[in-house]
Structure formats: structure tokens, C-alpha cells
Ligand binder design. Structure first.
Ligand code: BES
Ligand code: MN
Ligand code: ZN
Length: 492
């Protein structure tokens, strides 16, 4: 799907479909009013069939005096309640309706409806992201594709083009490419998306976008002394990888951002085995890794003026004769020892060594992304990603980026008091802190490895994928990471 920004009038636009917004109580937006006037009230007459619920749609054909073949009406809900979420829902609904039409091109006259105080560039970005989200499909593993690929190829955003809007558009398209990559990596099952597969994907990105890539193998990881990472991978037949992918879009003298992503391609829990129900969803436990690859793809694709290094520890967490056992003590790359009281708290074990490794890149800021704790899902549900940081300015930058990207986060505390829960009688500390504040003690564990760095941790356990009928990866937090990097580079 290709987007372009171009001034158009709704009544004369030569396109397969024009999309018009209507508020509840049959209140027309300006372009809808124009079409209604030109068609001598044909639009208003049809409104009885459109519900006032946000995202309801109604398709009209061959309206008199209107050039476009079809008119798609989309309900925006009550005007007083219209905001960011409603805008995105309306665009997504319009895109879903367009997907199922034979239209080859369309013009989205919704794009200038004000969503609270957001600037037009916000509307452009989110029109692209929401539409691309609606068009995403993952059917590569079905022997028979359900429906033919959508024919909609061109979408016009009817606005008067300026440099800022054009930039918003190209940023959004690259971000959508990155989010699609993260979604597909997440959706692929663990028998295909192995650590080796993720490493291949990183190498492929490196070739395509001329990035630097290095993949450390088991013996390199051993030589470095990543005892915690090695403990997790012990019982797996799949070799572990430590992927380092670098995009340099700014001057070499500029310190990079480091993004560290949890890449557990399947989490059985190990000897602390998980229950069977919904265990399939633990193929999504590499979503942090997927989002780091997706974000780097996006930034490289848009040639963002920023330096980023992605660091991805990736392996499986399996039970077996060679597996680590509860009570085992390992030495991390930092030299600190850890008593592994629960082998299912493996994310923090692979991340702690990767976070120590990140020091060598002297990053300006270090952000790790991980499906780290079920407790975070209990705390924040599936709406907000958990944000933890040892530097409030960094937390504030991430919060602002999350609001702009509408890929929202909620900051959680990281006070010293929580460290007490990680006490161990046998090692420097344990890898679990009991049930109370489970997402916070997990973050507190990581904090012990990032004391020398400006660091933040995003717990995406509740936001990286959806369960149930709509089961599948969301591509979050690619939009947030991209926005954060762009803000960091001084982009508005
Ligand atoms: N990958 C899981 C976290 C998870 C669980 C994410 C469910 C999304 C849904 C992680 O490795 C894990 O198992 N964490 C344990 C930690 C516990 C043993 C302290 C958890 O959350 O139960
Ligand atoms: Mn686990
Ligand atoms: Zn896990």
C-alpha cells in the first residue's frame, strides 16, 4: 500500500473510493457536507443506515455528481468524545472496509479531523500506521490463502503537502515496515523462528540496509563469561546467539542508543515448567528481540539521523537432562553471582549479561525491551507497557515518545526497598523476589546490572501480543522505540 499527500476535493476526486467521516447525531464533517450538497442530499438520506458507533461503516455507490465510484462513510462517534483513540479506530475501520472492496485506490478524507490538540502530522502518521495495521496479514503458513490479496494499492491523504507532513508520512511508512517485521517474527512459531533464524534475519537486514552485524556463537558467549545467559540455553538443542546490529545514521562521534531485546524463542519455563494451557503463546517470548529488529529496520529505512546499536540475546528455555535446576548458582558477565530459584525467570538471566555487554558501546541511553513478567500483565493489562528507569529524564523522554506514538507506557517505581526481596543465602542475590510486585522485582534485578548506565526497561508482557480469537503479535513497541529515537535525534 502506497500513500501520498495531495490536495483533492471530495466531489471531483477520480478515485475508486472516497472515505468520509460522520459524527453521531448525523453531523457531517466538512468534506461529507460538500459531497452531500453536490449529490443533492443523497448522502444525508443514506445516514439512517449508519450507526453512531465509532468505526461503523456504510458503503454508497454512484452518488449523483460525485466523481468517485464509491463513497465509504465512517462513523466517528460523538463529536465531544472524539480523540486519538477514536481517530485511530475510525481509520482502522475504514481500512478494513477498503480491504474487502475491489477498489484499487482511495482517498481518506478523514485525515484532517482534529484529534484533541494533535497536529496534522500526528494525523498523517496515525492514518498510515492504523491503515497498515488493518492490512497486515499472516497467512504464510496456511496451505490455502483465505482470500485474495487486497487490491487497494494507493491511498491519498487529501491535504496540502508541506515538508513536515511529507516527513511524517515517510517516517510512518518506515515505522509500519518495522512493526510488520516485528509482528511476523512474533507470529512465526518456535520451530521456524529459532535463535538461528533471528540471526539470519539480522544479517538480512544488514545486507539490505548496509548495517553492521555481528553474531556471537556459543563459544564466544562462553569466552566472554556470560554465565547467566549460558545457564538458560543449556538444555536446548538450538544453539544460542548474541546478535549485535548497528545502524549509524549520525556522525561517528555521536554516542549510540542501545536497544536490548529479550529473544527467548520459546519459554517452557525449564525445570520450573509452565502449565500446558496457553503455553503456545510463549513463542511470543522473543517479541522484545523482534521489536528491536523492527525499530532498527524502521530507522534505517527512513535514514534517521541517529546511531543505534541493537543487542539481542536469543535462545530457548527448555527442560531436560542438561537443564539448570532451582538452586543452581551462576556467575554473570558482571561478576555478580545469582541463585536461580526459578528457571522460569529466565528473561532477566539472558538480559543481565546483555546489559553488561552493552556498556562497551558507551551508549547515551540503554533501553531494554522484554516480555518479562506475567505480573506486569496483572498490573497494567494489555493497554500500557510497564516502564522502569534509573534516570527520570530518560523515563520522561520515553513517556513523551509513547504519547506521540500512541504506544503507551506507564511508569512503575524502582525504589531500593524492593531489592530486599531478591536476598539470597547462597549467592549475591536470587533471580526471583516472590509474588508481591513481581514486575518491579524483575526490573530491580536488571537494575543491578545497569548502575553505570542511563537505563530504562520496558516490560511488554501485556502489550506485545493479543490472545484469543485475535491471537497474534501487535508489533509494539516498535512505534514507541522509533519515536523515541527520532526525538532523541532532535526531530519534532
Ligand atoms: N515470559 C515470561 C513472562 C510472561 C508470562 C509474559 C505470561 C507474558 C505472559 C517470563 O519468562 C516468566 O515466565 N516470568 C515468570 C517470572 C516468575 C517465575 C518470577 C512469571 O511471570 O510468571
Ligand atoms: Mn519464563
Ligand atoms: Zn520468558
Amino acid at each position: 500500500m502506497e500513500f501520498s499527500i495531495k490536495t483533492l476535493s471530495p466531489e471531483t476526486a477520480e478515485t475508486g473510493c472516497i472515505v468520509l467521516g460522520v459524527y453521531a447525531e448525523k453531523e457531517l464533517t466538512a468534506p461529507a457536507r460538500r459531497v452531500d450538497q453536490r449529490s443533492k442530499g443523497a448522502l444525508a438520506a443514506a445516514l439512517a443506515d449508519l450507526s453512531g458507533k465509532v468505526g461503523s461503516t456504510l458503503l454508497l455507490r454512484a452518488l449523483p455528481n460525485v466523481a468517485a465510484e464509491r463513497v465509504l462513510l465512517v462513523s466517528l462517534g460523538a463529536r465531544e468524545e472524539f480523540g486519538e483513540t477514536q481517530y485511530r479506530d475510525a481509520v482502522r475501520a475504514a481500512a478494513s472496509a477498503l480491504r474487502d472492496l475491489a477498489a484499487k485506490d482511495a482517498a481518506l478524507f478523514l485525515v484532517d479531523v482534529k484529534a484533541n490538540s494533535q497536529p496534522l502530522s500526528w494525523n498523517v502518521r496515525h492514518a498510515v500506521l492504523a491503515a497498515r495495521e488493518a492490512f497486515y496479514r499472516f497467512d504464510e503458513l496456511k496451505s490455502q490463502k483465505k482470500s485474495p490479496a487486497p487490491s487497494l494499492g494507493k491511498v491519498t491523504l487529501p491535504l496540502s503537502a508541506d515538508a513536515q507532513l511529507e516527513q511524517a508520512l515517510s517516517e510512518a511508512e518506515a515505522t509500519a515496515d518495522g512493526a510488520d517485521l516485528a509482528r511476523t517474527l512474533g507470529n512465526l512459531p518456535s520451530n521456524i523462528c529459532t535463535p538461528t533464524y533471528l540471526a539470519e534475519q539480522a544479517k538480512k537486514l544488514a545486507r539490505e540496509f548496509k548495517l553492521d552485524v555481528e553474531v556471537l556463537e556459543r563459544r564466544d558467549i562462553e569466552k566472554l563469561g556470560m554465565g547467566a545467559f549460558l545457564a538458560v540455553t543449556k538444555a536446548s538443542r538450538e544453539p544460542p546467539k548474541l546478535i549485535v546490529l548497528r545502524y549509524d545514521g549520525a556522525a561517528k562521534s555521536k554516542k549510540p542508543l542501545a536497544f536490548v531485546g529479550k529473544g527467548i524463542t520459546f519459554d517452557t519455563g525449564g525445570i520450573s515448567l509452565k502449565p500446558a494451557a496457553e503455553m503456545d503463546e510463549m513463542k511470543f517470548d522473543m517479541s522484545g528481540a523482534g521489536s528491536v529488529l523492527g525499530a532498527i529496520r524502521a530507522l534505517a529505512g527512513m535514514k534517521a539521523p541517529v546511531n543505534v546499536v541493537g543487542i539481542i540475546p536469543t535462545c530457548e528455555n527448555m527442560p531436560g537432562g542438561a537443564a539448570i535446576k532451582p538452586g543452581d548458582v551462576v556467575t554473570t558477565l558482571s561478576g555478580q553471582t545469582v541463585e536461580i530459584l526459578n528457571t522460569d525467570a529466565e528473561g532477566r538471566l539472558i538480559l543481565c549479561d546483555a546489559l553488561t555487554y552493552a556498556e562497551r558501546f558507551k551508549p547515551d541511553a540503554l533501553v531494554n525491551v522484554a516480555t518479562l513478567t506475567g505480573a506486569c500483565v496483572i498490573a497494567l493489562g494489555h493497554v500500557a507497557t510497564g516502564l522502569f528507569a534509573n534516570d527520570q529524564q530518560l523515563a520522561d523522554e520515553l513517556r513523551a515518545a509513547a504519547e506521540e506514538a500512541w504506544d503507551r507506557v506507564w511508569q512503575m517505581p524502582l525504589w531500593e526497598e524492593y531489592q530486599e526481596q531478591l536476598r539470597s543465602n547462597f549467592a549475591d542475590f536470587a533471580n526471583i523476589g516472590g509474588r508481591p510486585g513481581g514486575s518491579i522485582t524483575a526490573a530491580s534485578f536488571l537494575a543491578r546490572f545497569t548502575r553505570k548506565q542511563r537505563w530504562a526497561h520496558l516490560d511488554i508482557a501485556g502489550t506485545a501480543w493479543k490472545s484469543g480469537r485475535e491471537k497474534g503479535s501487535t508489533g509494539r513497541p516498535v512505534p514507541l522505540l522509533v519515536r523515541f529515537a527520532l526525538r532523541h535525534a532532535g526531530r519534532k
